[in-house]
Design a protein. Structure first.
Length: 134
């Protein structure tokens, strides 16, 4: 599914696994990515194929070094997280942040203190964002 707003597409599970590792490493060759998977590790060719798909989707770029490709992410983890969270919000909570927050608070059995901490952190982040925009 493509997001018209910023052209980000939803990742498959395999694509997301590769991206999680690439986001952690910042840049890597296929062997580095394979080495960072838990056992049983995927085949080199499988990871290479997933990277080609990710490149077509605009998630990764590469530069050629000798006979190999050094891959890096073109879309950051924060940007993709924002896309996923927006989809979750719209598709499951009718665009309501309070409904989503209430759902997660209930599912995680948050205490009043934890909810207050969440509000405080949110206020601090919003204030920080306002300051950065000035």
């Amino acid at each position: 599914m493509k997001d018209k707003k910023n052209n980000i597409q939803r990742l498959t599970r395999a694509e997301e696994q590769v991206m999680q590792i690439l986001w952690d490493l910042n840049e890597a060759v296929v062997k580095d990515l394979v080495d960072h998977f838990h056992d049983p590790k995927p085949a080199y060719t499988t990871v290479a194929t997933v990277l080609k798909v990710l490149e077509k989707k605009g998630f990764v770029t590469y530069r050629k070094i000798g006979n190999t490709h050094l891959y890096s992410h073109a879309i950051g983890k924060a940007e993709y997280s924002k896309f996923q969270l927006s989809n979750l919000l719209v598709n499951y909570f009718n665009g309501s942040y309070p409904k989503m927050a209430t759902f997660f608070a209930r599912m995680n059995d948050l205490s009043i203190r934890e909810l207050e901490e969440m509000i405080t952190q949110t206020e601090e982040e919003l204030e920080k964002e306002k300051t950065e925009m000035k």
